[in-house]
Design a binder for this molecule. Structure first.
Ligand code: IVH
Length: 674
């Protein structure tokens, strides 16, 4: 066989194998026997071995996984990957439907598509001229990780889109869907791991995540991951008018689409489908944790638009959390960052939805009393999503009389200081400013995800550093040396160097980030942003009076009082001085290049909280354009009070309409410099 013949035969084999993959993985309806398929595949491999330069990116042989990667590169999603708002019952679902119709100013029913909410990992696949060129994780919705090599190994992800006479392929297609770990494969994987003495995966979702996050794609290739497509980044490139058509088109293009997606003419059918899925939930070959409800008509979707975090045209209706029973073996009292003492039940370990649960929060003293919980009680517990498990109630019928009352301590279990319970508060607190437990929690918070997010200084490591006496307060973090860390248990030269590098990078936070990281009571992300905007520098903020703080819209009384108290503390002032001395430098807040670039704003009506001029300046500063005439170019129409014909016309054109409140939320939500 000469090269030309080989090339032709290879092309034929690739096409045939892709076709049979489609029959098998997508339609679940194979046309040929496994041995025949294997023969085709072996022929392909043989030919590719003889003519390696004829191997193409979309060859099915490429699914076995290439060379290990050094790390995951970041990718910016061409369109943000939003998350979903949740509803939990029928009443909330009908409220969602009402809101949709009110927004659209529409009396008649809106049709929806109800889809299983797959409990896996959201991924994005980019196809250029039909070829898979990039695959990534959701990440924070704006930026994810490049896992192209790993996703290529997933059999039900097409390496090339199927062409049909029906419609041309778009130049670029961004497909979104869920990668999951089928239950049978999951059980088998854990069985093997148990045999090998490897740690088990807590649930299929973690197993899917763990498999995709393998730097070595050959390991991913050995895991039986599967994929369902449920959306695209930009629907305008496909000639479809409805979500239900989109799903059908995705199937034509070669994707698996979940067979339990239903178009529902009315919201009542949505409710019925929820019942249907709930009944089948445990007989499917994959986990679902609810149902996603989407407005079917894509024009209506466009009119509804999105808020900063989620589309207005879709909602997730979560299934109720599973409840199981176990026993309270003991109760521990934990001291939090702000001194709050939380009772935690230590449970006889129990499996809830695939996760081993050993502890559950009892919230506070009143909750224990209200539920009449005792040590030794058999109790019902529930785990809802990622939320900490909760004890619902004791099973009083099976009490033996041996159960012991839960005694709330009088003194702080960490420092022995007497505990206080302020009037009108449910929380009991340790008010000792030097309490070691509070200090530890504060350090963990400061370096943690919502704080400066210092990689390598998570909870466990911080506990270790504190126990070793290397870190007593915040400034100590910035004085850590590689040699200090490298000699600790479980650390090496390399991890120590990485941690010190991460600390150095974290030493230049923006003001809002820094304020948030301090963990001042009542001052979370939103307030930190407001404060940073108003004061610009830490010096000005620390000098602010109660009156100054009251003036800021959005800062409540409690937050203002808490801030003044915090900065009035000499120990705090001294600590801030030492942070500066240790090299911490606050950098100006600036907007990422992206900001609101590529958005075009038009204002109509009167804004109450700022002048039109200010509003224009604010969006321009974030890179947006402002225009005064309505056209299709406009991406965002901000409608204040007494908005008139522009608003009506904007709605007709399907332009995203923002109320003043939403506009403010948008300004607050646009990412600040990192
Ligand atoms: S649509 C803008 N459809 O749920 C629409 N999401 O809470 C966002 N998910 O990150 C996604 N099944 O991982 C959609 N049929 C489905 C889904 C689904 C599961 C997940 C997805 C997303 C999360 C949102």
């Amino acid at each position: 066989m000469d090269e030309q013949q080989a090339a032709a035969r290879l092309a034929e084999l690739r096409r045939e194998i892709a076709h049979h993959d489609y029959r098998y993985y997508v339609l679940d309806d194979p046309e040929i026997a496994d041995v025949e398929y294997d023969r085709l595949f072996r022929e392909l491999l043989d030919l590719e071995e003889r003519f390696p330069h004829l191997i193409t990116e979309d060859s099915p042989s490429r699914r076995v996984g290439g060379e290990p990667l050094a790390g995951f590169a970041e990718v910016v999603h061409p369109f943000p990957m939003y998350s979903l708002d949740n509803v939990f019952d029928e009443a909330e679902l009908t409220a969602f439907d009402r809101k949709v119709r009110r927004y659209l100013q529409r009396e008649e029913a809106v049709a929806y598509v109800a889809e299983p909410k797959l409990d896996g990992l959201a991924v994005e696949l980019i196809y250029e001229k039909g070829l898979l060129v990039q695959g990534s994780t959701r990440g924070n919705g704006e930026v994810g990780e490049d896992i192209t090599a790993q996703l290529r190994t997933v059999q039900s992800i097409p390496l090339r889109l199927r062409e049909s006479n029906a419609a041309p392929l778009p130049d670029q297609l961004v497909v979104r869907g869920e990668v999951y770990f089928p239950l049978a494969g999951f059980a088998e994987l854990n069985r093997q791991r148990q045999e090998q003495g490897a740690p088990l995966f807590a649930n299929p979702r973690n197993a899917a995540a763990g498999s995709l996050r393998q730097l070595d794609p050959r390991i991913t290739a050995r895991r039986p991951l599967a994929f369902f497509a449920y959306g695209v980044g930009d629907v305008s490139v496909l000639a479809v008018a409805r979500q239900s058509d989109l799903l059908a088109r995705l199937k034509q293009l070669g994707f698996r689409v979940n067979p339990f997606c239903r178009r529902c003419e009315r919201v009542e059918q949505v409710v019925a489908h929820h019942g249907f899925l709930l009944d089948r939930r445990h007989s499917l070959e994959y986990e679902i944790d609810g149902m996603v409800v989407k407005v079917d008509d894509l024009k209506l979707q466009a009119r509804l638009g999105t808020t900063t975090r989620a589309p207005r045209w879709a909602v997730a209706w979560k299934f109720p959390a599973t409840q199981v029973s176990t026993r309270i073996e003991a109760v521990e009292f934990q001291v939090g960052r702000t001194g709050a003492v939380t009772p935690v039940a230590l449970l006889e370990p129990v499996n809830v939805d695939g996760v081993m649960v050993r502890r559950a929060t009892l919230h506070n003293r009143d909750e224990i009393k209200r539920k009449d919980l005792r040590i030794g009680d058999r109790v019902l517990i529930r785990r809802a999503g990622d939320v900490i498990p909760e004890v619902i109630k004791p099973v009083v019928e099976v009490r033996t009389g041996e159960e012991k009352p839960i005694r709330f301590p009088e003194d702080c279990p960490a420092c022995g200081h007497v505990l206080v319970r302020p009037e009108n508060e449910a929380v009991t607190r340790c008010v000792n400013a030097h309490c070691p437990a509070q200090r530890l929690q504060n350090l963990i918070y400061f370096a943690g995800k919502t704080g400066l997010d210092i990689e390598g200084l998570g909870k466990k490591n911080m506990e270790q550093l504190v126990a070793a006496g290397l870190v007593k307060d915040l400034p100590d973090i910035f004085r850590l040396k590689v040699s200090d860390l490298a000699r600790l248990d479980g650390w090496g030269e390399k991890s120590a160097e990485n941690a010190v590098r991460a600390i150095r990078a974290a030493a230049r936070p923006t003001l809002s980030r820094f304020i948030q990281a301090l963990g001042i009571r009542y001052v979370g992300e939103v307030n930190a942003t407001l404060l940073a905007r108003r004061f610009r520098t830490l010096e000005k903020l620390t000098a602010a009076s109660l009156e100054d703080l009251f003036e800021i819209e959005g800062i409540g009384e409690q937050a203002a009082a808490s801030l003044v108290d915090y900065f009035a503390d000499e120990a705090v002032q001294e600590m801030l001085d030492r942070l500066r001395a240790a090299g911490v430098e606050i950098v100006p807040e600036n907007v990422t290049e992206k900001g609101l670039a590529d958005r075009v704003f038009l204002f109509t009506g009167t804004l109450e909280s700022m002048s039109r001029n200010e509003a224009k300046q604010r969006v321009k500063a974030l890179g947006a354009q402002v225009v005064s005439g309505l056209s299709r170019r406009v991406t965002d129409l901000v409608a204040g009070a007494k908005a008139g014909s522009k608003l009506t016309r904007g709605r007709e054109l399907g332009i995203r309409i923002l109320t003043e409140e939403e506009f403010r939320a948008l300004l607050d939500g646009v990412k600040e410099g990192t």
